[in-house]
Design a protein around this ligand. Structure first.
Ligand SMILES: Cc1cc2nc3c(=O)[nH]c(=O)nc-3n(C[C@H](O)[C@H](O)[C@H](O)COP(=O)(O)OP(=O)(O)OC[C@H]3O[C@@H](n4cnc5c(N)ncnc54)[C@H](O)[C@@H]3O)c2cc1C
Ligand SMILES: NC(=O)c1ccc[n+]([C@@H]2O[C@H](COP(=O)([O-])OP(=O)(O)OC[C@H]3O[C@@H](n4cnc5c(N)ncnc54)[C@H](OP(=O)(O)O)[C@@H]3O)[C@@H](O)[C@H]2O)c1
Length: 247
């Protein structure tokens, strides 16, 4: 049985009609950057819980989560209506293996995310370990429209702090936006245009790739990367790909 802690909404930021951030005060156990927890509400007498990745790093408070409302989604459509001071349930203990400690030794780390799948990466990037460990840190944020492209200030701040080490590229698939890649991550993995644009090598010897968000993006990217010689990482059989599917 999960142990639930009552959290209080500190802020609810509506970025668009269906994209929002909740900041929550709650006394939970220590977690590792990249992990997720369960957030829950009691709806019609039933506790409805879903997993959500922490966006804040382990030392930052309040807790922060980045949400889309799924179409007819039971919990996300209730969470978006919460007001400052409202209660929400959070699981005391975090879960998940989408963390740096699970990544085998390598030189460069590539973090590819769609939609709210950027969250675990921002948690990792706001903690010191990633900068101490990797030569190059690459973050790819892929969204449908420019309005979905959030947390740019935080990312620009990282670009300024880690100028020679950090590489960021946004993808906007359904609009032509200057400075972003038009289309999908998968197309640019296939034709290697992303690597060429960044001036970096993505290869089996030096790189580890994290994929997070839309399960179709994860599946299709893994297929393309397998054709390029990469394999999924397992504790017993090390590889270069680590994934987190959001649904
Ligand atoms: C490890 C993990 C971490 C996650 N972290 C986040 C996060 O940080 N932010 C976030 O917004 N979501 C995250 N999710 C998804 C989240 O747990 C819920 O699935 C989502 O909020 C929908 O819940 P719901 O009750 O509103 O919809 P439901 O009533 O459960 O589902 C409605 C339908 O929408 C589809 N669906 C579910 N999630 C999504 C989605 N994100 N986008 C599109 N369609 C979806 C499902 O196929 C489902 O049939 C994560 C999932 C996992 C497994
Ligand atoms: N974002 C919105 O404006 C919006 C609006 C209404 C509802 N929603 C709800 O929110 C959910 C999550 O939104 P989301 O924007 O994160 O959706 P998403 O469908 O996961 O799109 C995010 C990005 O991933 C890309 N993508 C999708 N499938 C892919 C694949 N197989 N390979 C490579 N890239 C792929 C999309 O490209 P493509 O654009 O080419 O698909 C888009 O650039 C939606 O499924 C929906 O339920 C979102």
């Amino acid at each position: 049985m999960p142990q639930w802690v009552e959290g209080k909404i500190a802020e609810n930021i509506h970025w668009t009609d269906n994209l929002f951030t909740l900041k929550i005060d709650a006394d939970i156990d220590k977690f590792a950057a990249g992990q997720f927890t369960s957030v829950a509400l009691d709806i019609d007498g039933e506790r409805i819980a879903r997993p959500y990745s922490f966006l804040n790093s382990p030392d930052q408070r309040p807790l922060e989560f980045f949400f889309y409302t799924a179409i007819e989604g039971k919990l996300s459509n209730a969470l978006i209506k919460l007001k400052v001071g409202d209660s929400v349930w959070i699981k005391k203990q975090a879960n998940g293996f989408f963390v740096l400690n699970e990544i085998p030794p390598c030189k460069d780390i590539w973090m590819l995310g769609t939609g709210t799948g950027i969250a675990p990466y921002l948690s990792i990037l706001n903690a010191p370990a990633v900068w101490e460990r990797f030569e190059k840190v690459v973050l790819i944020q892929a969204v449908r429209t420019q309005a979905d492209l959030r947390y740019q200030e935080l990312i620009t701040n990282l670009e300024n702090r880690f100028e020679d080490q950090f590489f960021f590229q946004a993808f906007v698939s359904r609009e032509n936006i200057e400075g972003t890649f038009h289309g999908r991550i998968t197309a640019s993995l296939e034709d290697q245009s992303l690597e060429k644009h960044l001036g970096l090598d993505l290869n089996v010897e030096n790189s580890h790739i994290m994929l997070c968000g839309n399960p179709e993006m994860v599946k299709d990217s893994v297929e393309i990367l397998k054709r390029r010689g990469f394999s999924k990482h397992r504790r017993r059989k090390p590889g270069q790909i680590t994934v987190e599917n959001y649904w």
